[in-house]
Design a protein around this ligand. Structure first.
Ligand code: NAD
Length: 364
């Protein structure tokens, strides 16, 4: 599952029978639900490129040109992308079109951000990207190739972004290619957002002891090692004052039903955050994790029992409300800005205080 990473909260001690919130189901229908997302993360970039080509769309990173270089005539991509390297050079090195507001004010004015992990507009990565943009940053994106055309590119276009690169984070070469293209286009990078996770659906249900060796490797490869690989590739382009942000969950420190291997992966991710912070700190690069309460995203729905746990959350969290992608994004803006200039290696909770409870009990 997914990214499954997602989140869970220990269920309330009393039965809740929680129903799913009325508002929009998080895009599961869009891509076909968690199971399909999991499928969507499986194909290699080459396979995804094949699919897109079949659909008359641009080839992916494995092709001779990127999607941005071969956008189908008349497509949204064609409308917003600078079509060739030559014309790209002629325009400017900005990610956003002037019409979208190059002179936007905000805490992050003039900063350049690269966001990994947008699957749709319910993604935490999208909430963060939008908030970074609202605070004046220019934002580029990298996501699974299979999501780019229908999901990521239109979202990127909505904030004037033309940097949208495919990447399967299991592949070091693909990660390197994204950063090389970033370097060629933008030069430096101020903010790197890692909001990527995945575990097999069968490892997010049932007994933790049944976790397979392959499932363990997959969860750690995509959800943990990818942060190390991204930090390594980004490091040469990040100046003092830069910030790397990753996403974790409370299941890293306490046992949460069904979170299983992803809880162990998140524990490793939080440790990785500390080791990277120590390693990159002398270069002035900060590395922090946000531990979010449960948010209804595509990945979260890959976790067995998520809806029940999600519903219980707002009854027991001290602040008595659900967590939104905007809540998470606010803390990401703080971590991306100089306001957090002396904060690194930390895991900051955005969970309405849930993690402080020793015995989560809902009101009578
Ligand atoms: P999401 O499904 O919107 O995002 C997960 C992303 O990971 C997707 O874009 C998916 O394509 C990407 N991904 C998976 N495998 C990949 C691969 N091999 N290569 C490249 N990308 C890959 O779900 P989300 O909930 O927004 O998850 C974002 C992050 O937030 C994850 O790390 C998740 O564990 C974490 N998180 C989520 C919650 C929650 O309740 N939703 C809570 C705490 C932490």
């Amino acid at each position: 599952m997914a990214a499954a990473a997602a989140a869970q909260r220990p269920a309330s001690p009393r039965p809740t029978g929680i129903a799913a919130p009325e508002t929009g189901d998080p895009g599961t229908a869009d891509i076909g639900g968690p199971t399909e997302l999991m499928r969507s993360t499986r194909p290699s970039a080459a396979q995804a490129a094949e699919q897109e080509t079949t659909a008359g769309q641009p080839p992916s990173a494995h092709g001779s040109a990127t999607g941005s270089e071969r956008a189908a005539p008349g497509s949204l991509a064609a409308a917003v992308e600078v079509p060739t390297a030559v014309s790209r050079a002629k325009v400017s090195r900005r990610l956003t079109r002037p019409a979208q507001g190059c002179d936007r004010e905000g805490l992050l004015k003039g900063k350049k951000a690269l966001v990994f992990g947008v699957a749709n507009d319910h993604s935490i990565a999208w909430g963060i990207a939008r908030a970074l943009y609202d605070q004046g940053a220019e934002v580029g994106f990298s996501s699974m190739a299979s999501l780019i055309k229908r999901r990521v590119r239109p979202l990127a276009a909505s904030i004037g972004s033309t940097f949208v690169e495919p990447c399967d984070v299991r592949d070091d070469d693909e990660i390197r290619r994204v950063f090389e293209r970033w370097k060629a286009r933008e030069g430096n990078l101020d903010i790197l957002v890692h909001a990527v996770a995945f575990a097999e659906k069968e490892d997010l249900a049932g007994h933790f002891a049944d976790t397979s060796r392959d499932g363990f490797h997959t969860a750690f490869d995509i959800s943990v090692y990818s942060l190390i690989a991204m930090a390594r590739e980004a490091r040469p382009y990040m100046l003092p004052g830069s910030s790397i942000i990753t996403m974790t969950y409370y299941g890293a420190v306490k046992v949460v039903p069904h979170y299983n291997v992803m809880g162990v992966a998140k524990a490793a991710l939080e440790a990785t955050t500390r080791y990277l912070a120590a390693d990159l700190g002398p270069s002035g690069i900060r590395v922090n994790a946000i531990s979010a309460g449960p948010v209804r995203t595509l990945s979260a729905h890959g976790i067995a029992g998520f809806k029940t746990m999600y519903g219980a959350f707002a009854e027991v969290a001290p602040l008595r409300s659900h967590i939104t992608i905007e809540d998470v994004a606010g803390t990401a803006v703080f971590l991306a800005s100089s306001l957090s200039g002396q904060t690194t290696g930390e895991t900051i909770y955005v969970d309405g205080g849930f993690n402080i409870l020793g015995l989560p009990v809902a009101d009578e």
